[in-house]
Design a protein around this ligand. Structure first.
Ligand code: UD1
Ligand code: UDP
Length: 360
């Protein structure tokens, strides 16, 4: 069986890493196709280097653009390679434009598609990620749902139960495989003079937050109020999308400790030692929950409701006052929740499922 792993952005590299490691170790017949949606060193190659991942055989280097530009170029480039390489199955992960293009190019060529992290829904069709994940789920042959709840969503949408497998989320595998290494190999706390439990960690990059100036400013205001109220640094490793937009603001958020995006081991260390995490990222909501660090989500909804249900996360939206209130609530919560995203064996399960399907 020939497998093609298609990926293109930071979270896909991190969440596909456990799968790539197994395929590499098993000397499976596989190749990675990188769309080039992310290309800056600290959003892309740093993860291949640090996690010692097999390098992509192809990179179609689409770069940045509008949704149609990115997706259109990806479809053309991916189709060419899949036509040449004729894999039996394509694996995609998550909800980015690279996922949509990878799944769509493959299914139109009659190649089976496996969607890792299937069945997530925010029920907000203004988010590009929601469109991407709905389409990817409905054109996939194997849907790897991270939780039983995600499986129920897929069944509720009429997807046949034979296609859906509850595997856990590969982010748990990635966290378990790298947490100890992050303690031993990096010391980002010293680099930024941070004391354990004496800082907040923030990330903010989603289109619905950054591309609306009022909303973006209101969230930054909330984060600044927190820094003042608690007299603690709010560390914000900033995504280039947010940097670009923030640079055009007249008033810069001077009370935040804004740093460049960091590598995965450093980020895990920042997360695990933080008093509280504030984020609009999907992966960061999950990691906070797995690491038992309370989380405030800077959005009105989440496609990771399990984190809220177990008590690890709260939805704050974008109003500054509400962000502060939610932070106060989460700081007083007991951190005794159980991680709903699996046991760290998701990648192994996914490989076993596709191997058995091929043999059977
Ligand atoms: C994409 C995903 C989003 C995901 C995020 C992960 C879509 C629709 N969105 O958003 O779901 O949460 O990746 O980080 O697929 N840029 C760089 N260097 C890079 C890549 C991007 O500077 O390597 C800048 C460019 O100015 C670009 C902007 O970031 O225009 C946005 O990049 P893009 O890949 O279109 O979307 P993300 O915001 O990264
Ligand atoms: N991450 C990282 N360095 C950073 C910020 C995030 O390595 O400076 C990792 C984080 O651990 C998580 C992933 O990036 O695994 C989340 O990606 P992102 O927030 O860009 O995308 P999303 O999950 O929202 O799609």
């Amino acid at each position: 069986m020939k497998i093609s792993v298609i990926l293109g952005t930071r979270p896909e590299i991190i969440k596909m890493a456990p799968l790539l490691k197994i395929l590499d170790k098993k000397r499976a017949d596989f190749f990675t196709l990188h769309t080039g949606q992310h290309y800056s060193y600290h959003l892309d190659k740093v993860f291949f280097d640090q996690m010692e991942l097999p390098l992509p055989k192809y990179n179609i280097e689409v770069g940045s653009g509008s949704h149609a530009e990115e997706t259109g170029k990806m479809l053309i480039g991916i189709e060419k390679i899949l036509t040449e390489q004729k894999p039996d199955i394509v694996l995609v992960e998550g909800d980015t434009n690279s996922v949509l293009a990878g799944a769509l190019a493959a299914v139109k060529l009659g190649i089976r598609v496996g969607h890792v992290e299937a069945g997530l829904r925010s029920y907000d069709r203004t988010m590009p990620e929601e469109i991407n994940r709905v389409i990817a789920d409905h054109i996939s042959d194997y849907l790897f749902a991270p939780t039983p709840q995600a499986k129920q969503i897929l069944l509720g949408e009429g997807i046949s139960k034979e296609k859906v497998f509850v595997t856990g989320n590969t982010i748990v595998d990635a966290v378990y495989q790298n947490l100890e290494l992050s303690r031993r190999r990096v010391n980002i706390a010293r680099q930024f003079q941070l004391k354990m439990q004496k800082y907040f960690l923030a990330t903010l990059h989603r289109q619905e937050n950054t591309d609306n100036k009022e909303r973006f400013s209101s969230i930054l205001e909330g984060l600044e109020r927190l820094a003042v109220k608690f007299r603690l640094p709010v560390v914000y490793p900033i995504h280039p999308r947010s940097r670009k937009i923030m640079d055009s603001f007249v008033k810069q958020p001077g009370k935040l400790k804004i740093i460049e995006p960091v590598d995965f081991l450093s980020f895990l260390q920042l997360e695990s030692n933080a008093r509280l995490i504030l984020t609009d990222s999907g992966g960061v909501q999950e990691e906070a929950c797995i690491l038992r660090v309370p989380c405030v989500t800077l959005r009105n909804n989440t496609e990771r409701p399990e984190t809220v249900e177990v008590g690890a996360n709260i939805l704050a939206g974008a109003a500054a006052e509400r962000i502060v209130e939610c932070a106060v609530t989460m700081l007083t919560r007991e951190k005794n929740w159980v991680n709903p995203f699996g046991d760290g064996q998701a990648a192994e399960r996914i490989i076993n499922i596709i191997t058995e399907a091929q043999n059977g």
